[in-house]
Design a protein around this ligand. Sequence first.
Ligand SMILES: [Zn+2]
Length: 329
Amino acid sequence: MSMTASDFNKILRTYDNKQAKNRQSEKTRQEKVFNEIPKLAELHKRISSISLTSIMSAIEHPDRKDYYEQDLKENLALLKMQKKALLIENGYSENYLDPIYDCFDCNDTGYIANQKCHCLNQAIIDFSYEQSNLKTILDKENFDTFSFNVYSKEKDVKLGISPYDNMRSVHNLCMNFIKTFNTDFKNLILYGHSGLGKTFLCNSIAKELLDSSHTVIYLSAFQLFRLFENYRFHKEEEIVTNDDIENIFICDLLIIDDLGTEFSNAVTKAELFNCLNTRLLNKKSTVVSTNLAPGQWVDQYSERITSRIFGYYTSLKFIGSDIRMNRYN
Ligand SMILES: [Zn+2]
């Protein structure tokens, strides 16, 4: 769990690799278009040469420095416009030769003005909470691969709605949660029997928020309680640091999957209360999924958690029969 200096260096080395990989892609792109469009290669050379000439002239005639700088600026703007026009003419996007970055916020350095960029914070989170395989899961389970067709269109007589229509409305609420994530503080509790797509939707939400540069910690209830326990007992085989706990309280989104399946007692209940309550106070959103029906929340987690905490959550009910068999068909 806890991160050593060598672990941190390993993460920083992945940034060196990203930079090298992207410089290589830029080079490949450049070679390709320069071969295809010789005029573009000429323009590129002219841009380098006029920059150099202008710098040299300014050094030789310091009294005319401003004039040379202004002249260079105008010439460069003109040449760059011609470059973009040539790219478009030949079927490329105008930005095809621009620098490539995995993260445009820090240009793959991991830092913005000496502060860790969100991408570095997320890399630390992925390492600390062993969620490095999360991205592979999210490539499969996201809003693009989500299918409504696995839900029955037959109306549930008791509920007066079909699982299909119910899912349309659950889906809309989740999309709205994502769209307004930065402006409206909201929390979600997804509940219903297993196999109805709760985890799939949790994954889809995680992906959208990670893609929009938020920090996300995704833990099963079992993992969350084990973290608290290891922290409490200072277990040596799995040291949990203050930072590990702090991140759970302050990350942009915490997802707790499968709440209710963990072993709980008075201590774990108090820890859960503290965790959810601290996040409410910090105005940090949480998404919880559970197989427990609302009537069972009080039995499992006490009045305090149910009314104080879940009162601040939008509850989304999942209905229907197990759709796991149909999902990838
Ligand atoms: Zn970044």
